[in-house]
Design a protein around this ligand. Structure first.
Ligand code: PAF
Length: 282
């Protein structure tokens, strides 16, 4: 395992793999690595000759300065975790100027409307920031395949659109959500929760599982009411949104149609930490 801080030195190292026509896997992260990230890296190692893990807290995708400032930074731990894999992993942890030079701003994208739903409504400019940084990282790393967790299901769809728009020759691979024993989806933000907040937050996944159980027999408006009622009874968990959406368009579904595939999406504040999760319904 090697650590690279500059795109030029990383490119130099990657050129050896590229010359031999070897496959480069890529796992983009903002650090504070957990078992969810590790499962992406392990899969990438199985499917490629080397894997780049980027660790970069991207300023342009945060609409909330406090969230950016408090985003957990645990580089030493992250490196130690990656070292346990003992394989061909290259860590790329640039500073802001290596990525943005002196222009820290995002490109304005149109992701066929995906960017206006859910996270897009609640985090203005978020997907422009994600698209901008990933476009830059994809061009530096030139991966064969890049791996993303389905916890950020909307991000995964946006990234698939991004590579279409930018004509980037990379396959985008979505990977299942990795959960704590309690069902809580693994997230770097969980590091900001106390033990009791973590256990309260397991209600998020429990509620989604109940929604799956009820999906066949109950209407979408009944399910919306069911979820809102549950969170109204839990003052420590503030529901930001719950939506059942069509997986292709991510548009909110008002009523079920047999031919469509749906997922339930949720965002909840536990104290001032914002958590998201989602689950397949049919
Ligand atoms: O999912 C994340 O951690 C970030 O949005 C990503 C993909 C690393 C881009 O900064």
């Amino acid at each position: 395992m090697e650590i690279y801080y500059k795109s030029e030195t990383l490119r130099l190292a990657l050129s050896l793999f590229i010359k031999k026509k070897e496959k480069i896997g890529f796992v983009p992260t903002m650090g504070a690595l957990h078992l969810g990230h590790m499962s992406l890296v392990e899969r990438a190692l199985r499917e490629n000759d080397c894997v780049v893990v980027s660790i970069f807290v991207n300023p342009t995708q945060f609409n909330n300065p406090e969230d950016l400032e408090k985003y957990p930074k645990t580089l030493e731990n992250d490196v130690a975790l990656i070292e346990t894999l003992n394989e061909n992993v290259l860590i790329y942890t640039p500073n802001v100027s290596d990525i943005y030079k002196n222009n820290i701003s995002s490109k304005k994208y149109r992701f066929s409307g995906l960017e206006h739903e859910m996270e897009g409504k609640h985090r203005e400019g978020h997907f422009d920031g994600v698209g901008t940084v990933l476009d830059k990282l994809f061009r530096i790393i030139t991966p064969t395949k890049a791996y993303f967790g389905e916890k950020d299901f909307q991000q995964l769809q946006v990234v698939k659109k991004l590579v279409e728009i930018e004509l980037l020759p990379v396959s985008i691979i979505g990977c299942s959500i990795v959960r704590e024993k309690s069902g809580l989806a693994m997230s770097s933000r969980n590091k900001r929760l106390t033990e009791s907040q973590k256990s309260e937050a397991s209600l998020i996944n429990k509620t989604l599982i109940e929604v799956v159980n009820k999906f066949k027999t109950e209407s979408i408006s009944e399910l919306n009411k069911y979820v809102n009622d549950i969170f109204n009874k839990h003052p420590n968990l503030a529901l930001e949104y719950f939506e059942i959406a069509n997986v292709k368009t991510l548009k909110t579904a008002k009523r079920k149609r047999k031919e469509n595939t749906y997922r339930a999406f949720i965002a909840v504040f536990t104290g001032n930490v914002r958590l998201i999760d989602n689950i397949a319904l049919n």
